[in-house]
Ligand binder design. Structure first.
Ligand code: 5GP
Ligand code: 5GP
Ligand code: 5GP
Length: 209
């Protein structure tokens, strides 16, 4: 017996490209009340996961999102974790959804403040856009090879990412989200124990935003 179970094995740290959220279905993208976000990757979530690919969710209905616990982080959350769904919001409903669905499943290790702080720190530690730009991969609406995108992020972060694609309104496969894996303390990037599923083309679009 090695102690109390923490209930999950690792985290996916998932970042979204706002251009791909918005050009897939323009009618369902709304800029935050605080204005158009930066043209940069932003946080989608920090998701507890099992090594077998499954994951826990909605682990504690008695621990709802409470913005007052993260009041010192709100300005950074607005910049780094904006919500692009409609109607326009300043992000509370997205953060609340992410905390209640995913964050409550790591609450024995990270309380609300630590959970949001950990995600923001990971965002600062992994500058995916800079990694891509260093390899000449820029959000210009052009097409880039999936393998080159993965190599660029691996060179920048030290770890192999998983790329999730969606389609633009013309049906082209494009770079939607970047998954990196983090140990269960939230402190260290690790190689992913298991990758998500889903298809990209071998050449994918990197849309403007
Ligand atoms: P989708 O079906 O769009 O890929 O995912 C819908 C939602 O399911 C995500 O926003 C996330 O909350 C959850 N989800 C999807 N795939 C995974 C996964 O591999 N691990 C975890 N922890 N959650 C996931
Ligand atoms: P998931 O369950 O996939 O972790 O989170 C997706 C949920 O958050 C959906 O209900 C979606 O409408 C909402 N949401 C709010 N803002 C955003 C955003 O900027 N990006 C994504 N992917 N989902 C958002
Ligand atoms: P391989 O292991 O040979 O790199 O890839 C095996 C299959 O997985 C290929 O169809 C390849 O396109 C796909 N694949 C590899 N990496 C990724 C990724 O990061 N995202 C997605 N969606 N597919 C990938």
């Amino acid at each position: 017996i090695l102690g109390v179970s923490k209930g999950f094995d690792f985290f996916y740290f998932v970042q979204q490209w706002p251009g791909s959220y918005c050009d897939s279905d323009k009618s369902s993208c709304c800029y935050p009340t605080t204005g158009k976000p930066a043209a940069d990757f932003s946080i989608h979530g920090l998701w507890p996961n099992y090594r077998n690919g499954s994951y826990p969710q909605n682990c504690d209905p008695n621990n709802p999102f409470n913005e007052s616990e993260t009041s010192d982080l709100i300005s950074s959350m607005r910049r780094n974790w904006p919500s692009l769904s409609c109607p326009s919001s300043s992000g509370e409903s997205f953060w609340s959804h992410e905390w209640e669905k995913h964050g409550t499943c790591s609450e024995s290790l990270l309380d609300q403040h630590s959970y949001f702080q950990t995600a923001l720190t990971l965002r600062q530690q992994t500058n995916v856009l800079q990694s891509l730009k260093s390899a000449g991969i820029i959000p210009d609406g052009g097409s880039y090879s999936l393998a080159n995108i993965k190599d660029a992020i691996k060179n920048g972060t030290g770890y192999t990412p998983w790329i999730e694609c969606n389609e633009d309104s013309s049906g082209n496969s494009q770079l939607n989200q970047v998954y990196l894996c983090v140990d269960s303390s939230g402190s260290n990037l690790i190689e992913c124990p298991v990758f998500p599923k889903g298809k990209c083309g071998s050449e994918i679009e990197f849309p403007t935003f």
